[in-house]
Design a protein around this ligand. Sequence first.
Ligand code: C5P
Length: 285
Amino acid sequence: MILLQEAAYGKLNLTLDVLQKREDGYHDLESIMQAVSLRDDIELKLETREPWTLSCDREGIPCTPKNLAWKAAKVFYDSGSFPDEGLSIHIRKRIPTEAGMGGGSADAAAVLRALNRAYGEPYSVEELAALGTEVGSDVPFCVVNGTAFARGRGEKLESLACNAKLHYVICKPDLSFSTPTLFSKLDETPISRRPNHLAVIQALEKGEEQLVAEGLYNVFEEAVRSDYPEILHLKERLLQEGAWGAQMTGSGSVVFGIFPTRQQAQQACESIKAQWTASFVCENI
Ligand code: C5P
């Protein structure tokens, strides 16, 4: 039996813009994505000589072939002549689910990286990211990690220089939104404001954390704010606690704030936990 361990980092969208709907039903988007230290841990066992299994220490996660981590393993084995001698996947979950943090995609990407390592790196990082597209739109970024500008479905990635140290507080309200429904909502309503990616890219490169925070913008937030005032309340609370900027990530429902120091982030997190128990401090990696 071979034992492999791999970290699966969550992601945040610092900017997110949705462009046109495509013929394949997906939307072209533009987003600055960043991997953060809040992570799941994946343990893989190969050569178990048993049917595939998947387990997770958090209830409510599908431990079936529908799980993106399982799908990733299937895509990997289907992509070449790797001997399938049994596989077991265990996920230690910390990333909030239905959150816009790409938790399932991060697990899938970690499985791809671990299997690639186990079989002697047959794929480059770019090739592995391309395989990830078959599993989900956020998987390519989660294979690569770091900070990147994503386009297309999310699979066209350009790595970005990041000299900023960003202290985040991440809060998961007890709400979840359907990603396809939010995309459809944007098809029906004109988008009134769009993010300035370039300003954020330059601030990241120069290490100007406050400017990064001031440039946060996600078009999905507009689409949910009026129906779910809790998103706005949470955002305002993060700002009251001293965040330079705050915003929802992806299609939600996590709202995050960027704080001047780790200590301020920790203090804010403790205070916010009284109302939003699923609150965490993390930073970019
Ligand atoms: O690729 P993924 O399975 O994560 O996407 C979930 C759903 O979100 C898609 O079925 C599609 O409805 C929507 N989506 C989209 N455009 C993207 C990414 C996702 O319309 N770029």
